[in-house]
Design a protein around this ligand. Structure first.
Ligand SMILES: [Zn+2]
Length: 71
């Protein structure tokens, strides 16, 4: 399944492409922020808003350990 910039994922879904994701929380406890997510690992629930958090693909880049020039 190809991931495109702008695709949105929920906690428990597997990360289909490494890169920078915008994190959107459901309640007012946190502003939108960014994280790095790695291919194959599930998106985690938030410690505060649980499964309401969403991860939106912002800038995709292959993890260096998976890149053909470095693995
Ligand atoms: Zn949260």
């Amino acid at each position: 399944m190809a991931v495109n910039v702008g695709d949105v994922f929920k906690p428990g879904e597997n990360c289909g492409a490494s890169g920078i994701y915008t994190v959107i929380h459901d309640v007012e406890h946190s502003k939108v922020h960014e994280v790095t997510c790695v291919y194959g690992k599930p998106f985690p629930p938030c410690n505060h808003c649980g499964k309401h958090v969403r991860f939106k693909a912002k800038y995709l880049a292959i993890h260096i350990e998976s890149h053909e020039y470095f693995k």
